[in-house]
Write a protein that binds this ligand. Structure first.
Ligand SMILES: Nc1ncnc2c1ncn2[C@@H]1O[C@H](COP(=O)(O)OP(=O)(O)OP(=O)(O)O)[C@@H](O)[C@H]1O
Length: 633
């Protein structure tokens, strides 16, 4: 996770360095805050003078406030002067500490928020550039959870945790150093509990991390089921699946709760253990320390340790006790951090998993750069492809679609029509064979150029957040209002838009749910007209429409398809009279090809499909002669 943070904090490392440097100052203030007590106690109780480096001149300055009478030989400074000096030192340390804390927390908050925002943008852009092949294997909710929830976990660690972590470690190191300098033998004695504490931290960190990882995974499940259920709310209601989805959702929530509780329980056990260890350490300091300090001179042997008593005054004992209490806070912070850090570590792993996926552009052009606008002469040669490595879906597709011709792909459901069409814009890569446009392999075009040359009208078009105008001008933001309106007129949607409040500025809500399917299809057609791509893929664009809406969309398509190379996928065989050629797919193979008239009378798979489609027609239809079928030429 450290590597992950280091990489993604690029450009903000100076800010992190400033926060870290300030932490040194803050910790130094905290550690030194116990010294004024020692100065006062040593002066008042033991009648000694404080020996603080670099401070002699300041104490001499404060001497003017006190009386010199009654001072012992060992005392160079007045009592009031030393007390005032200690008070000023305490106040100064407090003020510096407060100012530093403000700057430090502001910098940490900035770095955390900035990291979160940049990570979110980076991850989202990366996800968008991953292949469709990867996307179809993912759960939408899982991806959303990583972009929102998991990044928040990392943000929290940086904002709340990193300063605490550093100051915790530094405080421990600072306290230990000062104690060792004052009396290293007594320090070793009072720290005898530390190894135990260290092992405890290690074990508990591991436990908490494991539970947090499982909780994060379960949170992904919660998001996944929630998003899938809400997306399919119509089907859910239609099949009265509310209780079933609520149960599945509940199982994921329970799992998340179980692991989060487990992490919380470990945390709850850990804190009291730390308190117990610190108390034991205090008992040693108070009892053994008091005995040693009372001896006044000579040394005190404790097993293999000999503690010189002269160095252990009441003031020193107070400092040790204060430090022992101060040790507790960083330990507690560090223990809290274990949870924060484990959650963030699990989150960074889940984010890195996505970032490690190669983006589509890895299939960079291999040869010379080709014209960015193609003519549209398409050839499939021996194309083999499947989604699952063990199960090919297409078994050697051969197709030629000359520039400006319209080819219909028909076949039973699951025969591979959509898959065949989707190989053209390189949503997937064929296992074998080649796909060329104007004689150039599709892999030799820059991906963005290739896709700019292909417009797709799917079965159910989605509109995006924004205005109707934005939605039509989606592929070409530079289009003028006149061009947008002209495209809308050709797509037979202008009158509908003009009747909306705000007409072209009307807002599209929730992926276009405030528009009917037919209206959405016609907006998508207007979009494709404006995009003016030479190649067009129509994937069952009228499937879900009623007769009237279908007629409107077909009229709009008539304008769109003129002068372009078109691949149309359709189940409604009766609407295929306008195409130049039909290719019938059967189990991933081209079973027959020909014009509508040839296939209709040929007695092959197409004729059988046509007969099947009319089996339940209200009025019997005879096949055999041209013109029997509605929509035929
Ligand atoms: N994302 C996917 N992952 C795995 N298998 C898939 C995926 N998409 C399609 N398939 C499988 O590939 C085969 C061909 O699917 P495809 O969608 O190309 O058929 P189709 O002829 O367009 O069907 P339909 O007319 O029902 O849309 C089917 O067996 C389908 O189960």
């Amino acid at each position: 996770m450290i590597r992950f943070l280091f990489r993604h904090l690029k450009g903000r490392r100076l800010a992190v360095f400033v926060a870290a440097a300030l932490t040194f100052v803050a910790v130094a203030c905290d550690v030194l805050a116990a010294i004024p007590f020692k100065i006062i106690l040593d002066k008042i109780v033991d009648h000694r003078d404080p020996s603080l480096p670099f401070s002699g001149w300041l104490m001499t300055y404060f001497d003017r406030f006190g009386a010199r009478g009654g001072l012992t030989q060992a005392e160079a400074h007045t009592r009031l002067g030393v007390v005032l000096f200690a008070g000023v030192m305490f106040l100064a340390l407090g003020v510096i500490s407060a100012v530093v804390a403000y700057v430090q927390l502001s910098v940490a908050a900035f770095v955390g928020q900035d990291l979160g925002a940049r990570l979110r943008k980076h991850l989202f852009a990366h996800v968008e550039h991953l292949s469709l092949d990867w996307h179809v294997r993912q759960q939408v909710g899982e991806i959303v959870q990583r972009i929102s929830g998991n990044i928040t976990d990392i943000e929290k660690l940086v904002t709340d945790g990193l300063v605490d972590l550093l100051s915790g470690v530094l405080t421990l190191a600072g306290i230990l150093t000062v104690m060792l300098v004052i009396n290293w033998q007594f320090t070793l004695l009072s720290m005898c509990i530390v190894p135990l504490l260290f092992v405890t931290v290690l074990i508990y960190t591991r436990w908490v991390k494991r539970a947090s990882k499982e909780a994060a995974r379960a949170a992904g499940g919660v998001a996944r089921v929630a998003s899938a259920s809400i997306t399919a709310i119509v089907e859910l209601k239609a099949f009265t699946l509310e209780r079933w989805t609520a149960r599945v959702f509940g199982e994921h929530v329970d799992r998340q709760q179980r692991f989060a509780l487990q992490a919380g329980r470990r945390q709850a056990e850990f804190n009291p253990l730390v308190i117990l260890f610190i108390t034991l350490s205090d008992v040693v300091i108070i009892t053994v320390g008091a005995l040693i300090a009372a001896a006044h001179s000579g040394s005190y042997a404790l097993g293999f340790l000999t503690v010189p008593t002269a160095s252990l005054t009441v003031g020193t004992l107070t400092v040790f006790l204060a430090y022992s209490k101060q040790l507790y806070q960083p330990m507690r912070d560090l223990s809290k951090l274990t949870l924060l850090a484990s959650t963030a570590s699990a989150a960074s792993g889940r984010i890195q998993e996505i970032l490690d996926q190669p983006v589509e552009e890895r299939y960079a052009p291999r040869g010379p750069v080709h014209p960015s606008r193609v003519r549209g002469d398409i050839v499939y040669r021996g194309v083999v492809f499947g989604y699952d490595p063990q199960r090919p879906v297409l078994h050697g597709i051969d197709l030629e679609i000359p520039t400006g011709t319209r080819l219909a792909l028909v076949g039973l459901s699951g025969s591979g029509k959509t898959t065949t069409a989707r190989l053209l814009p390189r949503f997937y890569e064929p296992w074998q064979g080649s796909l060329t446009i104007d004689g150039v392999d599709v892999r030799d075009y820059p991906l963005s150029d290739l896709r700019r040359n292909i417009a797709i009208v799917p079965e159910d078009s989605i509109l995006f957040e924004g205005t109707v105008r934005d939605n039509i001008a989606l592929g070409c933001p530079e289009a003028t209002d006149e061009q947008v309106e002209a495209a809308a007129r050709l797509a037979c949607i202008h009158d509908t838009i003009a009747a909306l409040p705000g007409d072209y500025a009307a807002e599209v809500r929730e992926m276009g749910r405030n528009f009917s399917r037919g209206q959405r299809q016609r907006v998508a057609i207007a979009r494709a007209i404006l995009r003016d791509a030479p190649i067009l893929i129509l994937d069952e664009p009228t499937t879900n429409l009623d007769v009237e809406a279908e007629a409107e969309v077909l009229r709009a398509l008539d304008h769109l398809t003129r002068g372009r190379t078109v691949i149309v996928i359709s189940h409604r065989l009766s609407t295929l009279g306008q195409v130049d050629e039909i290719a019938v797919l059967q189990s991933g193979r081209i079973a027959e090809r020909g014009t509508y008239q040839q296939l209709r009378t040929g007695g092959g798979p197409f004729a059988r499909m046509l007969a099947e489609q009319y089996r339940y027609a209200a009025e019997p239809v005879r096949f055999g002669t041209v013109g029997d079928v509605p929509g035929a030429d």
